[in-house]
Ligand binder design. Structure first.
Ligand code: FAD
Length: 465
């Protein structure tokens, strides 16, 4: 069996709609079941965050599916972070020393809608909305659904089933519940949640603060960020503890408490969010967590991709990018082993797992970096050195952030190992005052490279012990 296989996909979110499109392009018969209504026809929030940062790994996947040129007009380039302090001062921190590297703010709904519209062009692909998967018989590949419209239950069979139904995946739950194999699973929540607010556009439909940056108000235990939208507004996200510290979601329950909090910690942001108390009370507080599990498949029958297999916290802006990269990696392995699903699934996980584990860990690291380190003097000094090195040696030096975000040919795991060693190297050199004002960039690069190699070597030896 190969192209005649009927593919059943659970979840038409970002990963599922791209996967469906790609498999239809390869000639498979694809049926996708999505629990929500068609987001192109209904005024529903697309779920999770309203906008996201799309970067090179995600764009590579768009290229694979032939939609990059349609996605680009939906993007607003963000060249760096604009850090806001409590006095309302701002200072920029670019993402890269290379001018052509930036991340893109994009609406989740627009991007998902575009992928669904592309998918609709294929006669061999059908999307069924309002159908919630309630479980999968993983041995017989029969998925059970509840139809929100007819209020009826039904089943559907696939030769192969893909679970791309996000962090709460029904297929992943079935792996756990059916106990047909040893399924390792962990889910770790942060003590912080998130809430979205809005900076509206000006009366002329313009952005009220610069649209060229991801705005960030780091405050140690909590932070605020804002990403621009095409209509001139910004989506603002507050990351805050549920119940710890002076300010937390549990004690910000009155208009006065909310306004006092923003007034003392984010005064410039407060001035831009007219409906803050209303939005704060009405918008949900979302949880943030990391899901790791293994194996990702059962026999030659079914497999999970995207957040279903590896949900991560959003602080590296890579969850969607990683989920799109899943499709790129899966597609290359499918090309090599087409017709042998079990081998495809095995090789896929073997190729991919270390990388999704790495980006999960990096995303946690960045949680602390964004909240705290971006405003820390030694971090700023390190960042300035990295920017200078990237500018002077655009083909020789890549910071950890650049490797993760802009070098789609470097696997996440390599980016993590090398990037962490580089970070440590520069911090060591700065703390030991081994980088001096008389050093030119050539000698700084040499010192950083030597120190990085020494750290990588030490790590290797430590790993062998
Ligand atoms: P999802 O997008 O969750 O899609 C799953 C789909 O399955 C949904 O359409 C859902 O309705 C459907 N579904 C769920 N259960 C069922 C069921 N039982 N039956 C049928 N259908 C079902 N990533 C980035 O790359 N950049 C960012 O800047 C970024 N920012 C983020 C900010 C926040 C606050 C959060 C929470 C996440 C962010 N992410 C970001 C991560 C990103 O949202 C996810 O990694 C991405 O959405 C994963 O795509 P997915 O298709 O695997 O899952």
């Amino acid at each position: 069996m190969s192209k005649k296989d009927n593919i059943l996909i659970i979840g038409a979110g970002l990963c599922g709609s791209l996967l469906a499109l790609r498999l239809a392009q390869r000639g498979y018969t694809v049926n996708v079941y999505e629990s929500r209504p068609d987001l192109r026809a209904t005024d529903i929030s697309a779920g999770r965050s309203i906008n996201l940062a799309l970067s090179d790994r995600g764009l590579k996947a768009m290229r694979l599916a032939g939609v990059e040129n349609k996605v680009k007009p939906l993007c607003i380039p963000m060249y760096g972070r604009l850090v806001h302090d409590t006095e309302g001062n701002t200072f920029p921190s670019n993402y890269s020393g290379r001018d052509n590297e930036y991340i893109n703010s994009i609406s989740r709904g627009d991007l998902n809608g575009l992928l669904l519209t592309e998918a609709d062009l294929y006669d061999n692909l059908t999307i069924h909305f309002n159908k919630k998967c309630t479980g999968v018989d993983i041995e017989n590949n029969i998925a059970s659904f509840y139809d929100y419209k007819t209020k009826e239950e039904f089943t559907a069979k696939g030769d192969v089933i893909f679970g791309t139904d996000g962090a709460g995946s029904s297929l992943r739950k079935s792996y756990y519940l059916e106990r047909k194999f040893l399924f390792s699973y962990s889910q770790n929540y942060l003590t912080h949640g998130y809430k979205e607010l809005e900076i509206p556009a000006s009366a002329e439909g313009k952005h009220l603060i610069s649209q060229d940056y991801l705005h960030i108000w780091p405050r140690g235990d909590y932070m605020l960020i804002a990403l621009p939208n095409l209509d001139g507004s910004f989506t603002v996200t507050l990351f805050l503890s549920y119940d710890e510290g002076e300010y937390n979601f549990n004690n910000l329950t009155t208009e006065e408490a909310i306004k006092n909090f923003f007034n003392s910690k984010f005064p410039d942001a407060l001035a831009l969010i007219p409906n803050i108390a209303q939005e704060f009370a009405n918008n949900p507080t979302g949880a943030l967590g990391t899901v790791k599990c293994s194996p990702w498949h059962y026999k030659n029958k079914n497999v999970i991709l995207g957040d279903a297999a590896h949900a991560i916290v959003p602080f590296y802006g890579q969850g969607m990018n990683a989920s799109f990269e899943d499709v790129t990696v899966f597609d290359a392995i499918l090309e090599q082993h087409e017709g042998d699903w079990e081998t495809i699934f095995k090789v896929y996980e073997k190729t991919r797992k270390a990388d999704t584990d790495a980006i999960a860990d990096l995303a946690i690291d960045n949680y602390y970096e964004m909240r705290d380190h971006v405003a820390n003097p030694i971090f700023k000094e390190k960042r300035a050195i990295e920017m200078a090195l990237e500018k002077e040696f655009p083909n020789k030096y890549f910071s950890k952030y650049s490797m993760v975000t802009f070098k789609e040919d470097i696997p996440y795991h390599t980016a993590m190992t090398k990037g962490r060693a580089q970070d440590k190297a520069i911090l060591n050199l700065l703390v030991d005052k081994k980088i001096t004002t008389t050093d030119d960039l050539n000698s700084i690069l040499k010192k950083v490279q030597l120190e990085t190699e020494a750290i990588l070597e030490e790590d290797k030896i430590a790993g062998l012990k």
